[in-house]
Design a protein around this ligand. Structure first.
Ligand SMILES: NC(=O)c1ccc[n+]([C@@H]2O[C@H](COP(=O)([O-])OP(=O)(O)OC[C@H]3O[C@@H](n4cnc5c(N)ncnc54)[C@H](OP(=O)(O)O)[C@@H]3O)[C@@H](O)[C@H]2O)c1
Length: 244
């Protein structure tokens, strides 16, 4: 039976490494890879189907999901990597204190980190709503854990990922009613040397700063070992459950 995977954000730091790790596994016949700019997707492998997708645009979500459905019957693995923490061009920085909050930055961060992935899953419809094994993994972050929050700050990033985790739990419950094989999780990749973390790496122990390839390898091992009993959880790179 044909096995199909879909990686959103396949030209980002972790996204690109995950695409390579998933191809290496030889478990998928078709690997849809999305990017905001289709030119940035490495599509040399014949299994790759490149599709343009900007999660901030409803029209792009409709067009991309239609394009996936025209080439694929059902998906067995969906990984969504979209994440924003800082964007100089938008004047967006992780907040240190409450008075740093702005409506427009909150909206942007929630739109990419939380609304985007789940509007995308809604648009995928029958591609993810079937009765065969499927894993849907959304890149989350340990800083989204309320129980583990000892430092505060980074209000919009933390809160957007915490809200994302709730939608993960809700989707896991919804899919379990019709598909006992479905697994829906959030994943924490560790601290990974990518554009997103670059401005914040100063205090990180070098042994704890993973390359994207290293983290993708750990996440692949986690994904490969998942069972439906863990659906709804947020899971770290080492397989440990993160406290909500
Ligand atoms: N790096 C870390 O230390 C770390 C730690 C914890 C969690 N994470 C999470 O891991 C995920 C991947 O981050 P990264 O480290 O690989 O950072 P990155 O290299 O900056 O990648 C960010 C990703 O977000 C996507 N993105 C941003 N805006 C988007 C939009 N409007 N529509 C669609 N996609 C959009 C980009 O997609 P395009 O390729 O289409 O541009 C890119 O794939 C994020 O969710 C991040 O929060 C990272």
């Amino acid at each position: 039976m044909t096995q199909s995977a879909l990686i959103q954000g396949g030209s980002g730091g972790l996204g690109r490494a995950l695409v390579n790790r998933i191809l290496q596994s030889n478990q998928f016949d078709q690997v849809v890879v999305t990017g905001r700019n289709i030119q940035t997707i490495d599509s040399r492998d014949p299994r790759i189907i490149p599709i343009e997708l900007d999660l901030l645009s409803d029209q792009s979500v409709v067009d991309a999901s239609t394009a996936v459905a025209s080439q694929i019957d059902k998906l067995n693995l969906v990984v969504t990597t979209a994440g924003i923490l800082q964007d100089e061009s938008l004047g967006l920085k992780p907040e240190k204190k409450l008075t740093d909050l702005s409506r427009s930055n909150l909206q942007t961060v929630f739109s990419v980190n939380c609304f985007g992935p789940f509007l995308w899953y809604a648009a995928l419809g029958r591609l993810i709503r079937h009765r065969e094994p499927i894993t849907i993994a959304t890149l989350s972050a340990r800083v989204a854990s309320i129980g583990d929050n000892r430092l505060g700050g980074w209000h919009s990033y933390r809160a957007s990922k915490t809200a994302q985790n709730m939608l993960t739990k809700n989707l896991s419950l919804e899919l379990s009613r019709t598909n006992p094989h479905a697994i829906v999780v959030g994943l924490h990749p560790g601290t990974v040397d990518t554009d997103l973390s670059k401005p914040f790496q100063a205090g990180v122990d070098p042994d704890r700063l993973f390359t994207a390839e290293q983290s993708a390898g750990y996440l692949w091992d986690v994904l490969s070992a998942l069972t439906p009993e863990r659906s709804g959880e947020v899971i770290a790179w080492d397989g440990q459950t993160i406290t909500p």
